[in-house]
Design a protein around this ligand. Structure first.
Ligand SMILES: [Zn+2]
Length: 83
């Protein structure tokens, strides 16, 4: 086997592995992507950083920790309690 063939096979194996990792990560990220898309729609609507429930500005610190946060900390806590 030519050295270039060996490299091709290794590349192929690596590509397959990366594909599997990507898939697992994709599944994990789907929920988060939904949140990010909601936040982007929020941005389009010119409502960036405003709480979905009370309309108050979501604190910068909170947005830095969770950029896709749809609610202020108080409303998020209330939302989670009401689940
Ligand atoms: Zn709120």
């Amino acid at each position: 086997m030519e050295p270039s063939e060996v490299r091709d096979r290794q590349d192929e194996a690596l590509r397959l592995q990366i594909g599997e990792i990507d898939e697992a990560q994709e599944r994990r990220d789907i929920a988060e992507i939904g949140l990010v898309e909601a936040a982007l729609n929020h941005l389009d609507a010119g409502m960036c950083g405003d709480c979905l429930d009370c309309g108050a500005e979501i604190g910068l610190q909170r947005l830095l920790v969770q950029p896709a946060a749809p609610r202020c900390a108080a409303c998020q806590a209330a939302h989670e309690r009401s689940k």
